[in-house]
Design a protein. Structure first.
Length: 221
């Protein structure tokens, strides 16, 4: 099953939203949950166990439960108001996954000098993930072990046991984006928002790649 980030997720009776993130066991390199959010930007971020997912038509993902049951699943997304440099704290059952700072600018003045800067407080949206697991999204960075950025995660391929067999790396510039399918054996580690590979930039460049054609989804599909 190809878990392509950004694709539609449907229940047995209606649409739930789109796949925005994946929660991964970094030791077993196994997908454990999908994070599904409304495609209209309104609603909760549902934490869906991978056992409920199966391949649908094309790249669509089907859930083997009704919409009401899916909406009753835990909400991954949380909000915290923090001091600058502070991070949300986990708890005994949950770790902090992907974080998105929401900066709160302020306007300060002194005599004749005026400036626009950052205050000492900010809001942060973050996802809760099960203890010991990590979260990966489409914009998550792919790095080599020597610290070079080589692209972004675009999705994962999993087998019947939900083990990751490959991940899809998207690299290149806006008008020359290409997909490279990287075997999971080449992955050194998976952390929240970052995948590190045991390959050099040249070795990644030598892997088979094809150009990406992303067309607008007709009728919201």
């Amino acid at each position: 099953m190809r878990l392509e980030l950004g694709r539609r997720v449907r229940c047995t009776d209606d649409e739930l939203g789109e796949l925005t993130d994946l929660v991964v066991d970094p030791v077993k390199k196994r997908v454990t949950h999908l994070v599904v959010k409304s495609r209209h930007g309104v609603g909760e971020a549902h934490l869906v166990p991978i056992e409920l997912a199966e391949a649908g038509e094309g790249t669509e993902i089907l859930l083997t439960c009704a919409l009401a049951d899916a909406r009753a699943l835990p909400n991954a997304e949380e909000f915290a108001y923090l001091r600058l440099g502070e991070m949300p704290k986990g708890d005994p059952d949950w770790d902090v996954g992907v974080t998105t700072p929401l900066a709160l600018p302020y306007y300060e003045s002194g005599g004749l000098d005026y400036g626009f800067g950052m205050g000492q407080d900010l809001g942060m949206v973050y996802d809760r993930v099960p203890k010991g697991e990590v979260e990966v999204r489409r914009s998550s960075s792919v790095m080599t072990t020597d610290g070079h950025y080589v692209g972004d995660v675009d999705g994962f391929l999993v087998d019947e046991e939900d083990q990751i067999t490959h991940f899809v790396l998207e690299r290149g510039h806006l008008w020359g984006r290409r997909e490279v399918t990287v075997p999971i054996g080449a992955v050194a580690k998976v952390e929240s928002d970052t995948v590190t590979v045991n390959l050099s930039s040249d070795e990644i460049g030598a892997l088979p790649a094809h150009k990406i054609h992303r067309w607008p989804l007709v009728g919201g599909n």
